[in-house]
Design a protein around this ligand. Structure first.
Ligand SMILES: *Cc1c(COP(=O)(O)O)cnc(C)c1O
Length: 397
């Protein structure tokens, strides 16, 4: 079995979790379809009930297919353990429930992925957990929001839709001084561009659905933990009966092998599009952490080693019908949720509706762009034609 720990990222992505010698030399791990897993003897059956048993007990609690994928993600993150779950959203749920109990208070960034917010304000509130949403740019001042019963700080940097960056090392320093963990949703940065454990995070959530899988055909998530939280997180995933189908696990692991190479192109294409959009009169503002125009660009430069294909821009104020015409005629940018696949997407968002600690004051329509792997000349021509449609309607008003 290859051990890629400590090697450079591209090498880890290529080799982590694979074991050709145990599989007749076959390069990729085999796909085991399993529920029942037979034990050869009573002695082995008894051993499988003991804590710390490392064999395979039952399909739901791990197969060679799921464990090789978990091992790969653990090595890539340089973490203690990974559990694979049924979606990125499930990863968020497992991570939060592994830490909180009734009567606790939690701190959640105002810019988090909307389903995370809905889970906190809905499910967690119903079970006696109180959430305070905080300004994502708060940094070390988060200390003033910590209460005696605060159980965790939940971060996501950059934030969904609005891309505020968080000073996670500053937040982690405060959190650890109060002996509480920092959770982060690292779906944007991925292990490739944001070494979150080195920046003080304890538990990481990543939607495998996005860049790891990378082909818009699998729903999956991972929760990646440091030593301190590994057992609690694994137990919570087990308590919830979390597991994934073997064919999806195979696709996720296959996607993983090309993630580094794909991200290089997603990143380059996104920056090309973002810079082009910055020069357009129809655009009020481009929001991309890797551009110097981003308000927390310095934090991105300090903490990240790259950027992915996802960013946003805000249109000048215009008629909603003109926005519809812009989106509806796009040839290569699909209109759909999710991202991280090989294809480009354009999705309008309304961040003003989903925040309480901060205010979203932009009046123009925000459009989130996922830069896929197409040629940027064609993508730019597509956007340019869209602006022509938008302007034609706007001028006729
Ligand atoms: C998509 C997404 C998720 C959820 O992942 P699913 O696999 O779609 O459930 C979580 N966090 C972020 C930031 C996402 O973009």
């Amino acid at each position: 079995m290859s051990n890629s720990v400590g090697k450079k990222m591209a090498t880890r992505i290529t080799h982590a979790g694979r074991d050709p010698e145990s599989n007749f030399g076959v390069v990729n791990p085999p796909v085991y379809h399993a529920s029942t897993i037979l034990k050869p003897t009573m002695a082995e059956h008894r051993a499988s009930k003991e804590p710390g048993y490392t064999g395979y007990g039952y399909g739901r609690t791990g197969t060679p297919t799921s464990r090789s994928f978990e091992q790969a993600i653990t090595e890539i993150y340089g973490a203690a353990d990974t559990v694979v779950v049924s979606s990125g959203k499930a990863a968020m749920v497992v991570a939060l429930l592994a830490v909180v109990k009734a009567g606790d208070h939690i701190l959640v960034a105002d810019s988090v992925y909307q389903p995370t917010r809905l889970f906190c304000s809905g499910f967690l509130a119903n079970f006696g957990v109180e959430t305070t949403y905080y300004d994502p740019t708060i940094g070390a001042e988060i200390e003033s929001l910590i209460q005696d019963n605060t159980a965790l700080i939940y971060t996501e940097s950059p934030g969904s839709l609005t891309f505020e960056l968080q000073d996670i090392p500053a937040i982690a320093k405060v959190a650890h001084a109060h002996d509480i963990p920092v959770l982060t949703d690292n779906t944007w940065g991925t292990a490739v561009y944001y070494d979150v454990f080195a920046h003080g995070v304890d538990i990481v959530i990543e939607a495998v659905t996005k860049y790891i899988c990378g082909h818009s055909d699998v729903m999956m998530g991972v929760v990646v933990s440091n030593e301190k939280w590994a057992d609690k997180v694994r137990q919570m995933a087990k308590d919830q009966g979390q597991c994934c189908g073997p064919d999806d696990l195979y696709l996720a692991q296959r996607g993983l092998r090309t993630m580094g190479a794909r991200l290089v192109q997603n990143q380059a294409n996104a920056i090309t599009l973002a810079k082009w959009l910055e020069g357009r009169g129809e655009v009020k503002r481009v929001i991309h952490p890797a551009l110097p125009s981003h308000p927390q660009h310095d934090l991105w430069k300090r903490d990240f080693t790259g950027s992915c294909g996802l960013f946003a821009f805000v249109l000048q104020d215009c008629d909603p019908v003109a926005v519809d015409a812009f989106i509806d005629g796009l040839e290569f940018f699909g209109l759909g949720a999710s991202w991280g696949g090989y294809e480009s997407l354009a999705l309008p968002g309304n961040p003003g509706d989903i925040r309480t600690a901060t205010e979203w004051t932009e009046t123009g329509q925000l459009i989130r762009i996922h830069a896929g792997l197409e040629d940027t000349d064609d993508l730019i021509a597509d956007l340019e034609a869209g602006f022509k449609r938008l302007t034609a309607i706007q001028e006729a008003k």
